[in-house]
Design a binder for this molecule. Sequence first.
Ligand code: F6P
Length: 357
Amino acid sequence: MKRIGMLTSGGDCQALNAAMRGVAKTLFNAKEQVEIYGFLDGYQGLIYSRFRLLNYHDFSGILTKGGTFLGSSRTPFKTIREPDAEGLDKVAAMKQTYNKLQLDCLVILGGNGTHKTAHLLSTEGLNVVTLPKTIDNDLWGTDMTFGFQSAVDVATNAIDCIHTTAASHGRVFIVEVMGHKVGWLTLNAGMAGGADIILIPEIPYDLDKVVAKIRERHERGSRFTILAVAEGAISKEDAKLSKKEYRKKLEESKYPSISFEIAEKLTKKSGFDVRVTVPGHTQRGGSPCPYDRVFASRLGSEAGKLILDGSYGFMVGYKNREIVKVPLEEVAGKLKMVDPNASIVQEAKMLGICFGD
Ligand code: F6P
């Protein structure tokens, strides 16, 4: 008999359910007897012992469903060692829940923050297998995270829709794309949606270069320009600030997000009619795309296999078109960013896309 605990932590994304289904089906189809306990709302369920014993039917009919049927929450790693409001030691509480249920392993689905805590639990002696979820695709140790391709679809659709209005009205449009501190989503959705300008955190921009690109397009007879701007995009001047100074600047900023700052400054500098569209959390929502359904199912299935083999302390990732197991210590605390010299960036530039650099 194997007793498994499962949880989804951090921001949700598409294909979380598909991944959990992949793990569960693999385990239920194996010869061994299995009990799967689902912890509710991420690490909160593990800390406060809120769980449900799941059966085969819980994993039925969820392949195509967005969100996570277990619920999720953010439990910041930086305060994980601090007692909660009632003085509870959160790490000790998680270990206690694990031991009380006599679990053989925890399956943890999450992104960057989640992996730091997963690694911590692993170093504390718990058996852990993780799966890489996030629309940001910023997890170290895997070329791809599930949720990413679905989010690319949503963000691309937003750019596609804006294209027709931008063309009708001859306007400059900014579509702000999620991605936290990295530009994978913006780069891919921007290219897929035919954006003329793509601004990502890894390539600080110069607004004069952006203005020049828009002018060049207008001189060539194009009535409109589309900018795909990452929520973490940063100007060359701001990139010179220390982290602390930049955080202060953002806290004191009158703009709801970077796109609104860019829009106002662009209008002032050039007189263009600039509008901002923010698809926001729609990028994490809806049904997973077919790629993510297959990808998450494969990762889930491989996680199931690791559990059956008793091989713990790994994230199941994807490298050079192969499913691989990556030690948690290699994943935790590292960010996978877009390399400004990567061929995709160079190819985008050859296509005439401006990065503002
Ligand atoms: O990590 C996924 C993500 O959607 C980021 O792209 C974004 O910066 C962040 O989460 C938003 O977080 P929240 O849902 O807590 O507002």
